[in-house]
Design a protein. Structure first.
Length: 325
């Protein structure tokens, strides 16, 4: 609709057709003529693994439903005005035609025309050493770099001048959000764009051992760092409290780069499994007990990890852009 386009309502999204997703992997068992290296590597007991992959996510349906709710495809009207009593079964009449377009009355939520599928490059390098027939140790590095991640922004934000900020600090009153918008004649113009980025790096150590009498244990420790400039494209409260879906300054995303709300720098986990078959084997002469215990196993796990990062906030729209933070 040319009229909508002239009022900063975005047009269709361009088709994204170049999402090739190759993967490559390597597994290598080193050998050496050196006696020292043979003792270190063992006889075929060390394997080196490496891999690299491209991966893509999808644009989730919340974005599509928000776009579908725009004027004129959908129009909200009150079936029961707040000041009225319950009129059921005689409801308020539905408008027989759409009202004329009013750029100030109708807000819009759209997706950027150059929207891309969220993309992630992942890589790993792992060295595994086996000891005997019952245990092995792994030392590895895993990382990824993601871009074209979804972010919600505002094309018609409210602006807050230095003088207005000083007025608020002094207890004064400033013009409302609509009056301070970039274009006061337009309502909100929310846009979902694929401009967010993130990085993740981790080192891990893992020990696996099959102990005697059916007991098996797997213990791992990870030291990692996750960073991003946006973690939440909608408004999931537990995430958005520390990583709002709308940047604090829609003209500068650099201040959004920080540790991700999903960052857990330290993580320890232990998993164990115990098979009752060895115990059943001891009771071969006791047929009933043997039948009861055969084939059963029990397992459990223990996990410790760093707590969730959080951001100290004021609870106010400190930037004047309708985002509390």
């Amino acid at each position: 609709d040319p009229v909508l386009r002239q009022n900063d309502v975005l047009g269709p999204v361009h088709r994204d057709v170049d999402n090739l997703a190759p993967r490559i992997g390597l597994a290598f068992v080193p050998e050496s003529q050196s006696a020292f290296l043979r003792r270190m590597l063992g006889e075929g007991q060390t394997v080196i693994r490496a891999g690299y992959s491209f991966q893509y996510d999808v644009v989730f349906l919340n974005m599509l439903s928000a776009t579908a709710g725009n004027y004129p495809r959908a129009l909200k009207y009150d079936v029961l005005p707040p000041e009225s009593n319950n009129l059921f079964p005689t409801l308020q009449p539905r408008p027989d035609r759409l009202p004329a377009f009013d750029p100030l009355r109708f807000p819009f939520a759209n997706m950027a025309a150059d929207l891309q599928s969220p993309t992630s490059h992942q890589w790993l390098f792992i060295v595994q050493r086996q000891f005997g027939t019952r245990q092995f140790v792994e030392l590895g590095y895993v990382g990824n770099r993601s871009y074209h991640l979804l972010r919600q922004t505002e094309r018609n934000p409210g602006l807050l001048s230095t003088a207005q900020a000083a007025t608020v600090i002094g207890g004064g009153v400033i013009p409302g959000l609509q009056e301070r918008r970039l274009n006061p004649g337009w309502a909100s113009r929310v846009v979902a764009e694929s401009s967010a980025v993130s990085k993740y790096h981790s080192l891990f150590l893992r020990h696996h051992q099959d102990l005697a009498n059916g007991l098996r244990a797997d213990i791992s420790f990870t030291w990692s760092g996750a960073f991003s400039d946006n973690d939440e494209a909608l408004a999931v409260s537990d995430i958005a409290l520390s990583s709002p879906q709308v940047p604090q300054n829609v003209f500068d995303y650099r201040n959004e780069w920080s540790r991700s709300i999903f960052d857990r720098p330290l993580r320890f986990s232990a998993v164990y499994t115990y098979e009752l078959s060895p115990l059943a084997g001891v009771l071969v002469g006791h047929s009933i007990a043997h039948e009861i215990l055969s084939g059963w196993k029990t397992s459990g796990s223990v996990e410790w990890q760093s707590g969730q990062p959080f951001t100290v906030v004021t609870g106010l729209d400190s930037g004047g852009s309708r985002v509390t933070g």
